[in-house]
Ligand binder design. Structure first.
Ligand code: F6R
Length: 240
């Protein structure tokens, strides 16, 4: 199978297509395990999933979710926490059981222990049936940032200057962006996801996407290229 590229006319089309893929999985496997991203890109898909759930087309009551990442340290109640983002943009709108929601704990006392526990929780759930991902303008996946090497497991990551700049739009100032985060590693993403859905939207992603799609050289300079090592990836892109 490898990687299948689907070029979408626009963001709305991409969001619909992504929500349909998730919806079909929920219908086929009501107790499936989803890996979820935050960011601007999945918001359209989350809106459509809420609509589908409200209309009775899909049911989240048996679904388990694992978020890809979270700033560290950060309070759950903070406006910028991924915890709050997920409740505002998805969980408060669907009939998911709160006990089945997993997000790396930005309030954990010990980030290394939290990382280890998170990885174990994913294993105990039997891995992820579908991992949904976005891509950073620098090619990052989660907070797996470009560099000399990548870490395989869930870990504490240092944000690069590029990512701090890109995420400053959600904070009052650049200096308020946390400098570290908890993130699933590229190894966990690849080994623990049965299927991956990568959403690529907006011109700011063009350079990273060109390297991913055009050059297609697997390199830690562009962590997204490691997805070529997975056997079942669908890419939805609204840039060509
Ligand atoms: C989000 C995440 C990030 C984003 C990426 C794209 O949980 O891990 O890697 O997927 O930064 O963000 P947007 O969609 O805001 O362009």
């Amino acid at each position: 199978m490898g990687i299948v590229f689907n070029f979408c006319e626009n963001y709305d089309f991409l969001s619909n297509r992504a929500a349909d893929i998730v919806g079909e999985l929920l219908k086929a496997k009501p107790d499936c395990v989803l890996g979820l991203p935050t960011g601007s890109t999945p918001i359209g898909m989350y809106k459509k999933l809420i609509e589908k759930n409200k209309s009775g087309e899909i049911d989240f009551s048996k679904v388990t979710t694992f978020n890809l990442d979270e700033y560290y340290p950060i309070k759950k109640t903070s406006e910028q926490s991924y915890y709050k983002f997920m409740f505002d943009n998805l969980f408060d709108g669907i009939n998911i059981n709160p006990d089945n929601i997993n997000i790396p704990d930005g309030e954990a006392e010990n980030a290394e222990i939290e990382s280890l526990n998170y990885e174990r929780k994913i294993d105990r759930a039997g891995g992820l049936d579908l991992m949904i991902l976005g891509i950073g303008p620098n090619g990052h996946i989660g907070f797996n940032e470009p560099g000399k090497f990548l870490l395989p497991h869930t870990h504490v990551a240092d944000l690069t200057e590029d990512t701090i700049k890109a995420n400053a739009r959600f904070f009052d100032s650049e200096s308020e962006v946390p400098k570290t985060a908890l993130t699933m590693g590229m190894g966990s993403i690849i080994a623990k996801s049965k299927k991956i859905l990568l959403l690529v939207s907006g011109e700011s992603k063009k350079a990273a996407f060109d390297k991913f799609y055009g050059e297609a050289k697997i390199t830690a300079d562009n962590p997204s290229t490691f997805l070529y090592l997975h056997g079942d990836v669908i890419v939805l892109s609204d840039i060509s």
